[in-house]
Design a protein around this ligand. Structure first.
Ligand SMILES: C[S@@+](CC[C@H](N)C(=O)[O-])C[C@H]1O[C@@H](n2cnc3c(N)ncnc32)[C@H](O)[C@@H]1O
Length: 238
């Protein structure tokens, strides 16, 4: 089964992704605990501005932000179903919350604001290489001097091609995502096969450094799931 575009699975069956995260098959619990620790390091608590690109339902970021609220939170996603849930998950935030239905690349390229934290979770691997470059260029433009780009995503190993990556990830899914009903597991596998284009760490580093984001830190890694922090300088404290 193939899907017409990379986000169809999220617009059509958001609940499948939510089920995967419920079972923690992509390490959301550990990853977002690390993100909370990271955000705690910023010295602009309560005042920072955060743009969440491909926010989904913000289910795992919302609790971190409740404890470390930004002044403003804007979430962008193509899935109306996810945004409807995001509204609920973010309801208790004291921040000014805006949720926008739209394309994340267009959003980051057209924003007129300066952001202290750009966050993106498991969304950038859907972009083709040229669009990933556009993403980093736009991020470099709209981040504040001490701004952070926090990128959570699947990565390929150095020198691993996409086919080899896919073989490994599909094997990982079939062996570990055992509580997902068979037909839904196959749907998820088809989505990954058709639409996942992860890069290696060194490729992302190159794309980012071309835009002035010269510092890159690996915050965490759980199997293929990485959290990276990009900033202009190694003194990344906000
Ligand atoms: C795997 S989910 C991740 C959700 C959440 N950020 C997380 O970490 O769990 C990917 C989300 O990115 C959204 N997405 C993918 N490509 C997008 C695009 N080009 N523009 C806006 N949203 C996009 C999908 O609709 C989906 O909600």
């Amino acid at each position: 089964m193939t899907f017409p575009d990379p986000t169809t699975i999220f617009t059509r069956s958001w609940s499948l992704y939510d089920l995967l995260t419920e079972y923690n098959y992509m390490y959301h619990r550990e990853i977002y605990a690390g993100i909370e620790d990271l955000l705690r390091l910023r010295d602009d608590q309560g005042q920072y501005h955060l743009l969440d690109l491909g926010c989904g339902n913000a289910r795992y970021l919302a609790p971190c932000l409740r404890r470390l609220p930004p002044a403003t939170y804007e979430g962008v996603d193509l899935s109306e179903a996810a945004l409807a849930e995001a509204r609920e998950y973010l309801a208790e935030l004291p921040s000014q919350v805006t949720l926008t239905l739209g394309d994340l690349l267009k959003a980051v390229e057209s924003t007129g604001k300066t952001w202290d934290v750009l966050f993106t979770g498991f969304a950038i691997h859907h972009l083709m290489p040229d669009d990933k470059k556009r993403f980093f260029r736009a991020a470099g433009r709209c981040l504040s001097d001490k701004g952070w780009l926090i990128l959570v995503d699947v990565l390929r190993e150095e020198n691993q091609d996409r086919e080899n990556y896919l073989d490994g990830y599909l094997k990982f899914m079939r062996e570990t995502w055992t509580k997902v009903p068979q037909d839904q597991l196959e749907e998820a596998c088809a989505h990954v096969r058709d639409h996942d284009y992860p890069e290696s760490l060194s490729t992302l580093r190159e794309m980012a450094s071309e835009t002035g984001l010269n510092s890159i830190r690996l915050i965490s890694r759980f199997a293929q799931h990485h959290t990276l922090l990009f900033s202009r300088s190694a003194l990344a404290k906000g």
